[in-house]
Design a protein around this ligand. Structure first.
Ligand SMILES: *Cc1c(COP(=O)(O)O)cnc(C)c1O
Length: 388
């Protein structure tokens, strides 16, 4: 099928929720992708922080195919080894006590919201159900996670939204004043992704964590985007000197297969009993086998590599004329550019570089395994596009 045909059939048959860039990606190797007409692209987006080991990653493919050759799905009425192996790996690497698996970031957050409310219900009875989230946050597209998202543009058309969310400025004072005797949890991203690649201040976060602990308000950290090595540590919270009660993740976890995880730490490990929550596909053995392959390779060496690549990219991006500020953490990079972000992304695409946007920022989320020559290729194009 030609690109023009794809485009017109997409328009004919796909619900119009996406404004796609004019390219159809078909294959690749690492951070280098090819479109259906054979044009080459360097990928600074990883399918939005998903393909963290790039595409066509041999060990991951082997693990996924091996599982496909066994059984593709079994339902959660039965035991499957990859799910258990992955949960054990997550717990050993983080100190979490229990994991619930779902299929996406939004679902991982839904699970966290339900768990926080049940924790409070079990301990304090009805009424202590409110959850404080941050202004400019993003927690997903389901009804409850849209409600949790602290952006007015997300709170249109679909009324009524689930109630019980309060939106705070991203500071200790902001959070403290948004909390009341009805608050059961604070949920936040440590680096706001969709909201514009903005890292929270570590001291403010520490004070928020201490305040939550003191008042038995659960601290939920949404690491759907920041997790799985993206920021230079396995999970971003490690760099903020805090211990959350619940951590959610998804995007990069299974290296390109849909998988969400909600991790429960000491305080919350016993919240759920049989029947309290569930998922048909959640923890699918193929996705979990892929995730085991990914997670077991996010080791010290890889994380040091991520930190080195982050420093390299940030140094060079900071020198580009037309870049006012480089934000974010690790390989989650925001560029405050003089030019309009969408037009920058389009100009980069034309030259063979895939970049993302987040609000007014250009957003870069390259595969963690991106090579130096691929980074240099991208830097040259960004220099050309932004510096003109
Ligand atoms: C992408 C994202 C989500 C939603 O994940 P989906 O898999 O699209 O449901 C939630 N929280 C954060 C921080 C995200 O970046």
């Amino acid at each position: 099928m030609s690109f023009e045909q794809l485009q017109s059939e997409d328009k004919a048959y796909i619900a119009g929720t996406y404004s796609r860039f004019p390219v159809a990606l078909v294959r690749g190797e690492g951070a280098t992708l090819f479109s259906e007409d054979g044009k080459k692209y360097v990928d600074f987006g990883s399918g939005i922080a998903v393909n963290i080991f790039g595409v066509n990653d041999a060990p991951w493919k082997e693990a996924v195919i091996a599982q496909l050759n066994r059984i593709q799905h079994a339902s959660n009425l039965y035991y499957t080894a990859p799910q258990i192996e992955l949960a054990k790996l997550l717990c050993e690497k983080t100190g979490a006590k229990k994991v619930f698996f779902s299929n996406s970031g939004a679902e991982a957050n839904e699970c966290a919201i339900k768990a926080a409310r049940k924790y409070s219900f079990d301990k304090y009875g009805e009424g202590r159900f409110r959850i404080v989230t941050l202004k400019n946050s993003f927690h997903g597209r389901t009804m409850a996670t849209l409600s949790a998202t602290g952006q007015d543009v997300m709170h249109r058309f679909f009324m009524p939204f689930p109630e019980g969310f309060d939106y705070a400025e991203p500071t200790f004072e902001g959070v403290r004043s948004a909390c009341s005797s009805k608050t059961c949890a604070v949920m936040l991203e440590l680096v706001q992704g969709e909201g514009g690649v903005r890292a929270l201040d570590a001291d403010e976060v520490k004070r928020i964590a201490a305040f939550c602990a003191k008042n038995d308000i659960l601290l939920i950290v949404d690491e759907v985007q920041t997790g799985n090595g993206r920021t230079g540590t396995l999970y971003a919270y490690e760099q903020f000197g805090i211990l959350p009660d619940i951590v959610t993740t998804a995007k990069g976890l299974a290296g390109g297969l849909p998988l969400g995880a909600t991790m429960f730490f000491a305080k919350t490990e016993a919240v759920f009993s049989a029947g309290d929550h569930g998922s048909t596909f959640g923890g699918n053995p193929v996705a979990c086998a892929g995730a085991v392959s990914i997670l077991s390779r996010i080791d010290r060496d890889l994380l040091l590599e991520v930190q080195g690549k982050s420093a390299y990219l940030r140094t060079h991006l900071g020198r580009i004329r037309g870049v006012r500020e480089v934000t974010g953490l690790g390989l989650m990079i925001g560029l405050d550019a003089e030019k309009d972000a969408r037009s920058v992304a389009e100009a980069c695409l034309e030259r063979g570089l895939l970049v993302l946007t987040a609000k007014t920022k250009v957003r870069l989320l390259p595969p963690l395994t991106i090579r130096k020559d691929e980074m240099d290729f991208g830097l040259n194009i960004l220099n050309e596009v932004l510096g003109q």
